[in-house]
Design a protein around this ligand. Structure first.
Ligand SMILES: [Zn+2]
Length: 419
């Protein structure tokens, strides 16, 4: 294959136009595979290892790597430290200072912005508390645009944003810029991308939307891979994003199971008690009404402005806060057990504020899971705290943008001629 496409001067048509197009598309495809290998590796790789892993010849892999280095998508580091045998290869890592993804996050009680580089580092970030319960979308879009502009104007000149992705705690209309329903923001049928395109800091960028739990789960899968958890069982988990609302994502082999419309994982609206309190979604007894952050605050006798730090501080002294967290953890456990009886994964990852509240929530969740999940005796379920850190939806949103570059680096390179 590589010999045939080697630009030989042999007479006669070596490749028909269709064959040449196929060759070109194979090269484009391989370029994406090589970039993906470098970006997803837990540590630096060499050309030889990439060639081996992808089944390419050494020279093909090397040519592709050279293209990615020239395009400032991959960096060549120092030579690999090896034993006596063989010449050491140069270590390769994702480039830090070129292309980046702008991740924006709308939550019920805050906004967040993070610029993520191809190596996963944060190049700039900001966070702003706010009250977006039953809010005006235009007002929230303006605040988010302002916060994004603060971060973007501080970026070094060589950083190039490939686009922006906005995390929303909502059902989204796939392939459009429309929020179908965000119960806790009280938004329905909002053309959020149209509102954001008008903001001075965002005008020039392509903008897409993503569900908050899906994007957090994306960031979590990456964080787990970097921590060395590339094993299949580490990359398959039920992710629960606890905020004022509760989102969920079922991740199998590192990929969120999206479902037909991208609406999978709404664990916050699974029922705990059908005669329970009315939920923002209109139904009664949803998990959110037992374990959403506002409900935890209220049952603890605290105001809706109480931060998680303040809640944790109070927990040490207040039996009411402890009971509220126990009540929440049992409800989460019931919803988790219901889900695990339907979906065969062994790991439950608590994200969002639940990662901070992990020590207070995990025992109650584990108790329910042990007694309710049919398969738990053969495949013990592990409940763990998320690794992706705070505002992981903003991180995942940055990754969503970068995923587009990684999936088609040739297109990115074509639009950016580098010396
Ligand atoms: Zn509900």
């Amino acid at each position: 294959m590589n010999k045939r496409g080697g630009g030989s001067s042999r007479p006669g048509p070596l490749l028909s136009p269709v064959g040449a197009a196929r060759q070109q598309s194979l090269r484009t495809h391989n370029l994406a595979l090589v970039l993906r290998a470098v970006v997803e590796a837990p540590g630096p790789l060499t050309r030889a290892r990439i060639a081996g892993a992808l089944g390419l010849t050494r020279s093909t892999a090397s040519d592709l790597v050279d293209r990615l280095i020239a395009a400032r998508l991959v960096d060549e580091l120092e030579p690999e430290l090896v034993g006596r045998a063989g010449r050491p290869g140069m270590l390769l890592a994702p480039h830090r200072g070129g292309v980046a993804g702008l991740g924006l996050e709308i939550q019920v009680d805050h906004l967040a912005v993070r610029v993520t580089a191809l190596d996963g580092s944060s190049l700039g970030e900001a966070r702003e508390a706010g009250d977006h319960r039953a809010s005006d979308p235009a007002v929230v879009a303006r605040s988010l645009g302002r916060l994004a502009a603060q971060v973007v104007t501080q970026l070094p000149a060589q950083i190039e944003l490939a686009g922006a992705c906005v995390s929303v705690p909502a059902l989204l209309r796939s392939g459009s810029g429309i929020v179908a329903l965000a119960p806790n923001l009280a938004w329905s049928g909002v053309d959020l991308v149209a509102l954001l395109c008008e903001q001075p800091g965002l005008r020039a960028l392509p903008i897409e939307l993503g569900n908050d739990a899906d994007l957090s789960a994306r960031a979590e899968a990456r964080a787990r891979a970097v921590a060395g958890g590339t094993a299949r069982e580490e990359q398959s988990f039920l992710y629960i994003a606890g905020e004022v609302g509760i989102g969920g994502a079922i991740v199998v082999d590192g990929e969120p199971a999206r479902g037909q419309h991208g609406w999978s994982g709404e664990i916050g609206h699974t029922v705990i008690d059908r005669s329970g309190p009315r939920c923002a979604c209109g139904a009664t007894g949803c998990l959110e009404q037992y374990a959403g952050l506002d409900v935890i605050r209220r049952r603890s006798g605290l105001s809706l402005e109480t931060t998680v730090d303040q809640l944790l501080d109070r927990e040490r002294r207040s039996i009411r806060v402890r009971r509220s967290l126990e009540w929440a953890s049992a409800a989460i456990g019931v919803a988790v057990a219901t889900t695990l009886n339907l979906v065969d994964v062994e790991r439950v990852v608590l994200g969002g504020v639940y990662a901070r509240l992990f020590d207070h929530l995990a025992p109650g969740i584990e108790r329910e899971v042990r007694s309710r999940v049919l398969a738990a005796r053969w495949a013990p379920v592990e409940v763990v705290a998320a690794l992706a850190g705070p505002d992981s939806a903003a991180t995942g949103a940055g990754w969503r943008v970068l995923d587009g570059v990684v999936a088609d680096p040739a297109r990115w390179i074509a639009g950016h001629s580098h010396p």
